[in-house]
Design a protein around this ligand. Structure first.
Ligand SMILES: [Zn+2]
Ligand SMILES: [Zn+2]
Length: 314
């Protein structure tokens, strides 16, 4: 499925089977998760994709030699810059991203730099493994930036929150979920995943929060989350794109509250999270779509209709 121009639907096309360059593996794609970032690329909110582009950065595939591998968003880094040499390859200026700078997994075959691929934990079927590769990884990195917060708010109950909630409960944290006003399906889902309270995103929780993770790409949630924090708490913005954050009184930040973003992932995040997931164990809930129905999956994601994560099945 190919994006030729932003703000237009993907097109089903026959492409040659890609040849791996030196250091790359070729994968027959088994499953590819659909991420909100894919939607930001299609909708033009991320402005510099390679075009034409095969999107998709949560690839589970089988290599020519039979290994089952996962390909995440971070597809290549220079390995030499100030960021790469200090354990922060997620911030590399020269980084190339799967399904953005490089063709991704909305296809029958993909190639990927072997150094950036992960082994998929045994026991995870292909479809259930795919959302671990971005929703899970970025969620895990976001949770790390929430520190040792006991009372954790989750704003937006999509693919990432449904995984983070399971890890956070396993760590003994108390969860407070925030969903769009009137979204009863999301509310029920958040309660099933262990939130002790679920309210609308503009509501105050019954207790102050020690941290909040904002998954929804809505800037107005940042001051709302700040207003729900105890002193010293942090708002972690987990998405790659967000609408503008409205101005807010300094009083909301005062008391050593903080706001920070989370960008991309490091390979270390991947190794840690993929080792942790089967121990929790994280169970992903997926809606599956045929490759040619990728536009329908993106449409449902855009409208907030997906329960858990959407995954293309090859
Ligand atoms: Zn670098
Ligand atoms: Zn993603």
């Amino acid at each position: 499925m190919v994006l030729s121009r932003q703000r237009e639907p993907l097109e089903l096309r026959d492409l040659p089977v890609p040849e791996p360059a030196a250091g790359q593996v070729r994968l027959r794609v088994l499953a590819c998760g659909v991420c909100r970032t894919d939607l930001h690329i299609v909708d033009g909110e991320l402005t510099r994709p390679k075009l034409p582009l095969v999107p998709g950065h949560q690839i589970v595939g089988v290599a020519d030699d039979g290994r089952r591998l996962g390909v995440p968003w971070l597809g290549w880094t220079d390995g030499t810059c100030r960021y790469c040499t200090s354990g922060r390859e997620n911030l590399c200026d020269e980084a190339r991203f799967t399904g953005y700078d490089l063709d991704g997994g909305y296809a029958e075959y993909a190639v990927a730099d072997e150094r950036f691929c992960f082994s998929i934990p045994e026991g995870y079927p292909d479809l259930q493994a795919a959302p671990l590769l971005c929703a899970g990884l970025i969620g895990y990195r976001s949770l790390r930036f929430a520190g040792d917060a006991e009372r954790l708010g989750l704003y937006g109950f999509g693919a990432s929150a449904h995984i983070v909630a399971q890890v956070a409960r396993d760590q003994g944290r108390r969860l407070f979920g925030f969903v769009r006003p009137g979204d009863d399906a999301a509310r029920t889902f958040a309660l099933e995943l262990g939130c002790e309270w679920v309210g609308a995103s503009n509501e105050k929780p019954p207790e102050e929060l020690d941290a909040a993770i904002v998954f929804a790409p809505a800037g107005e949630l940042v001051p709302a989350a700040l207003a729900a924090l105890a002193k010293g708490g942090t708002v972690v913005c987990a998405g790659i794109h967000m609408t503008d954050i409205p101005s807010f009184p300094y009083e909301l930040l005062w008391g050593e509250r903080g706001v920070r973003s989370v960008a991309n992932l490091t390979r270390r995040d991947g190794e840690e999270f993929l080792a942790l997931a089967p121990r929790v164990p994280v169970r992903t809930e997926v809606e599956t779509y045929a490759l040619e129905d990728a536009n329908e999956a993106l449409g449902r994601l855009r409208r907030g209709e997906i329960r858990g994560a959407a995954v293309l099945r090859l």
